[in-house]
Design a protein around this ligand. Structure first.
Ligand code: MG
Length: 394
C-alpha cells in the first residue's frame, strides 16, 4: 500500500502503544484517519478518543458487567465483548490494523484481519510467539504484510530493506538489560513490584515492564524475530546494550553490520509501520527528540548473563522445542507475572513456576488455533495450582 491517507483500525487504543499510535495519527492528520477503535476496559479514555477521532466503529472487549454498564452509558454505540474486537479487526473501511492489545487476546482478531486482507502493524508479541506458523502462512496465503512495531524488530526490518535473505549471517537483537542488570544475584530474591516496574530506559505497561526485568520480553522477541524474518534461531543473537540507542542490528555474509539508532522512542517504530515504505517528516511534531552523538558520548555492549535471567533461557528452550511449548511459555508467564504484580509470589518464582509448567507439559506438534489457546490456558491453570502448593519463604 503506497497511498495516503491510510485508514487505521486500532486494537488496544487505551494501552501504552495504542495511545502512542494516536499521538502519531494526531500529528499527521493528512496521512492517517482512525476508522475503528477497540479498548479493553478503560471506557472513560476510550470515550475521549471517540470524541477526538470520530471512528466509524467502537468496541469495548472486556467481559465484565462493570465495564459493560459504563460502556452502555458513555458509548451506547460500542460493540461489547470479544466480537467487538473481531469487528474492529475486520472493519471494511480499514486499510491497516494495528494489533496493540496485550496478551493472547490479539491472536484471533489478527488472523481474522489477515483473512480480511488488512495490512497488519503488529505490536503484540504473543500472537507471533504462540502462533507464528499460523500467522505467517495465513499472511503469505492472503498476500498481506505483517509490519513490526516492536522497536527491535522495526530496527531489523529497516536494516533489511534492499537486502537479500540468503546474505544475512545473523540478527543481533539489543537488550537494555532492565533494572536488574547489575543487582547482586542474592538481592533478586527480595525484589519488590516497585523495583521491577522501574525500567531504566523505556516507559511501558506493567506486564511488559516486568517481562523486561526478567528478560522474558527479550526471549519472546527472539521468537518474534524468527517468525517475522524467517531466520533460524541459531542465527539470532542477543547483546546487552544499556543505553537503548542501537535498537538492533543485522550482520551480512561479508561481515558488514547495519544498525538502526535513535533515542528510545516507540513513536518512531509506530511511524515506520504506518507510513511504510515512506518516511514521515518528524521535525516540528515534537514526537522525536534529536540525537546528539557528542551528548551520547559512549555506547556499551555486554554479554547477556543466562544465570541472571532464567526466563530468557526458558524462552529459548521453548522456541527450540516448538509445538505448544511457546504457548505454554506465554500462558505461564502471563499468570506468573499477574501473581507477582498482586504480591502473591516473589520475583524469582516467576521463572521457577514457568520452568515447572514447561517440564510438566506434553507438547503437540503443529498446533491449530484451538490447541494453541488450550495449551496457554492449561499453563495459566497450572501456574495457579503450583503457586498455591509452593511453600513460601517470603
Ligand atoms: Mg521491544
Amino acid at each position: 500500500m503506497t497511498t495516503f491517507p491510510r485508514r487505521i483500525a486500532l486494537l488496544g487504543s487505551t494501552g501504552s502503544i495504542g495511545r502512542q499510535t494516536l499521538d502519531v495519527i494526531r500529528r499527521f492528520p493528512d496521512q492517517f484517519q482512525v476508522v475503528a477503535l477497540a479498548a479493553r476496559s478503560n471506557v472513560a479514555l476510550l470515550a475521549q478518543q471517540v470524541q477526538e477521532f470520530h471512528p466509524g466503529l467502537v468496541a469495548c472487549f472486556a467481559d465484565t458487567q462493570v465495564v459493560e454498564q459504563a460502556a452502555r452509558t458513555q458509548l451506547p454505540e460500542a460493540i461489547l465483548g470479544p466480537q467487538g474486537l473481531l469487528a474492529a479487526a475486520t472493519y471494511t473501511d480499514a486499510d491497516i490494523v494495528v494489533a496493540a492489545t496485550s496478551g493472547l487476546m490479539a491472536l484471533q482478531p489478527t488472523l481474522a484481519a489477515i483473512g480480511a486482507g488488512k495490512t497488519i502493524a503488529i505490536a503484540n508479541k504473543e500472537t507471533l510467539v504462540m502462533a507464528g506458523h499460523l500467522v505467517m502462512s495465513a499472511a503469505q496465503h492472503a498476500g498481506v504484510s505483517i509490519l513490526p512495531v516492536d522497536s527491535e524488530h522495526s530496527a531489523i526490518w529497516q536494516c533489511l530493506r534492499g537486502e537479500t535473505q540468503n546474505e544475512i549471517r545473523r540478527l543481533i537483537i539489543t537488550a537494555s538489560g532492565g533494572p536488574f542488570r547489575r543487582t547482586p544475584l542474592e538481592q533478586l530474591r527480595s525484589v519488590t513490584v516497585e523495583q521491577a516496574l522501574a525500567h531504566p530506559t523505556w516507559r511501558m505497561g506493567a506486564k511488559i515492564t516486568v517481562d523486561s526485568a526478567t528478560l522474558m520480553n527479550k526471549g519472546l522477541e527472539v521468537l518474534e524475530a524468527h517468525w517475522l524474518f524467517g531466520i533460524p534461531y541459531e542465527q539470532i543473537e542477543v547483546v546487552v546494550h544499556p543505553e537503548s540507542i542501537v535498537h538492533s542490528m543485522v550482520e551480512f555474509i561479508d561481515g558488514s553490520i547495519k544498525m538502526q539508532a535513535s533515542l528510545p522512542s516507540m513513536h518512531l517504530p509506530i511511524m515506520n509501520a504506518l507510513s511504510y515504505p515512506h518516511r514521515l517528516q518528524a521535525a516540528g511534531t515534537g514526537l522525536i527528540r534529536d540525537l546528539s552523538w557528542p551528548n551520547v558520548a559512549q555506547l556499551h555492549f555486554e554479554e547477556l548473563e543466562l544465570q541472571r535471567f532464567p526466563c530468557f533461557r526458558l524462552a529459548l528452550e521453548a522456541a527450540r522445542l516448538g509445538g505448544t511449548y511457546p504457548s505454554v511459555l506465554v500462558g505461564a508467564d502471563e499468570e506468573a507475572v499477574e501473581l507477582f504484580l498482586k504480591g502473591q509470589i516473589r520475583f524469582l518464582e516467576i521463572a521457577e513456576l514457568i520452568e515447572s509448567v514447561l517440564e510438566l507439559h506434553q507438547s503437540i506438534a503443529y498446533p491449530d488455533i484451538a490447541t494453541t489457546i488450550e495449551a496457554s490456558a492449561w499453563a495459566r491453570n497450572m501456574v495457579r495450582t503450583l503457586s498455591k502448593s509452593t511453600v513460601r519463604h517470603i
